[in-house]
Design a protein around this ligand. Sequence first.
Ligand code: GLP
Length: 254
Amino acid sequence: MINAKHIDYRILSHPEIGRIEIFPDANAAAERTAEKIIDIVSNNSRAAISFATGNTMIPVYKATTRKAGTEQIDFSDIQAFHLDEYFPCNPNEPYSFVQFLRRLVFDPLNIHERFEINGLADNPEKEAERYENLLQQRKIALAILGIGPNGHIGFNESGTPFNSRTHYAALSVETVKRDRDRGQDSPDHAITQGIYDILAAERIVLTAYGEEKGKYLKEALYGEISSNCPASALRKAGSKVTVIIDENAASRLQ
Ligand code: GLP
């Protein structure tokens, strides 16, 4: 067991990516992911960071804001990017990722430079192009990721080419079902950073908890590297990728 600032975890090495860190429970994994975010900002107060959304990220961002307070880390000058957003989507909708990040990250951390995807743009393809241009002007220091049905990352669904840039995407049947099962009346399209954009980040941290996510990860980390499983692209990004999971997710990797 290794002790990362008082959190015990074990490491599973992987032939292609940096490493897999396994924590006893979701909270401990979330704390560790928060540490990774804090470390980046402590070293560079102007760092560009790309933030994912989703249930997985709620404890991560709560831990980040708490640690930023106790460790007095100033986030106000970072450059904050979105990974994805439903389309069309008004930020007032409860499922809006823009609303999620404002509420859990951008407002509490008083971040000024927020590069938001406009879910109300007239033309989603043009909006994707605008966002891609913003990304191209910066080096993303850290991309935070979760994982979804069929191993999707962002809203890059199965079949998305690994060289994809920010684009307007149709959601898969499985993703739409997941949203409906969660009681969410969200659109079946989105704007998402592409796989190329994600892999271009200097560091990538993917966080997941629970057995279902473990199943997606097994396919991503040990199955074929193929656009059928978008997260398998991370194996092309090598040592800059860290996967942070709980024991429940780890139990499905074997
Ligand atoms: C969503 C988002 C992803 C997110 C994933 C996991 O569809 N597009 O960026 O990582 O699904 O979400 P959750 O943590 O809620 O399961």
